[in-house]
Design a binder for this molecule. Structure first.
Ligand SMILES: C[S@@+](CC[C@H](N)C(=O)[O-])C[C@H]1O[C@@H](n2cnc3c(N)ncnc32)[C@H](O)[C@@H]1O
Length: 258
């Protein structure tokens, strides 16, 4: 999946991220990201850890991670969102390395102690193999003993919620989201309609949906044997009360190479 593609994928469309920026990357979400980094037991990384924020967007997690003293690299394919990340780092008085790259290609052998992939930034590629490749890249990019944290909407979580259309309003900005389950619960299409003052926009994203078992299999294929699942940022179990599907996969300490 590259930019030369005749029919670009939804996530390659800068307009999509721009139109829905106020909803996706609101101040409330930025505050929530800061809270997660400060309070979540899943975010207790060793001081000075080299952290890769994979698909960092405008840096909602990059900034608090850097503020915590970690050596942070943010990777995203959107140059525009990286500019926002750069301004956010500047305003917060923190430094982070920001790299414009595709998660399908980005790998730096053994360069990171931790990789985080937050807020459903996984399962974007049409080909299942490409999504597995992202996990292979993450495995290669981790130092032995390092861990990958992936935070997505779990298939089990979505199946429990019966609401397929939702309406939210924040500071006069209205968002209607309609979710459609595709291909026998393989994928989810979310259609979004937003109204912000006199501007209206619509867009769609289609992502793979994973159960914990499916994600465990994919992580295993990519070389991760030690995988734990959580149902929330406070480290609660992935059970019938889960709100998110969070996988923490650790690379073997004695792994020889990828
Ligand atoms: C839902 S946003 C989440 C951003 C950020 N993790 C957060 O929590 O705010 C998904 C991000 O993935 C980025 N993205 C989409 N496809 C990508 C790809 N193929 N490679 C790298 N980044 C990608 C988008 O530009 C966007 O910033």
């Amino acid at each position: 999946m590259t930019a030369e593609h005749d029919n670009p994928a939804w996530f390659e469309d800068e307009r999509f991220w721009n139109d829905f920026f106020p909803h996706l990357f609101s101040e409330e979400r930025a505050a929530e990201a800061a809270r997660i980094v400060a309070q979540s037991p899943l975010f207790r990384f060793p001081p000075g850890a080299r952290v890769l924020d994979l698909c960092c967007g405008p840096g909602l997690f990059t900034v608090p991670l850097a503020r915590n003293g970690h050596a942070v690299t943010g990777v995203d394919r959107s140059g525009r969102l990286l500019k926002h990340a750069s301004s956010a780092c500047h305003e917060a008085g923190v430094g982070a390395q920001l790299v414009e790259a595709d998660m399908l290609d980005f790998a730096e052998h053994g360069a990171f102690d931790v990789i985080v992939n937050m807020f459903t930034s996984f399962g974007y590629f049409d080909r299942h193999e490409d999504n597995v490749q992202v996990l292979h890249n993450a495995h290669a990019s981790l130092a032995p003993g390092g861990s990958l944290l992936i935070d997505v909407v779990g298939k089990e979580v979505l199946a429990r919620l019966d609401e397929r259309v939702s309406l939210s309003e924040q500071d006069g900005k209205v968002l209607i989201q309609r979710d459609t389950i595709l291909d026998d619960w393989t994928r989810l299409r979310s259609d979004w309609f937003s109204i912000d003052g006199s501007a209206a926009a619509r867009g769609s994203m289609t992502i793979y949906l994973y159960s914990a078992a499916e994600l465990r299999d994919m992580l295993g294929t990519a070389g991760f044997d030690d995988v734990r699942f959580f149902g929330g940022y406070l480290g609660t179990p992935y059970d019938h009360r889960a709100e998110r599907l969070i996988a923490v996969a650790t690379k073997d300490v004695d792994v020889r190479g990828d």
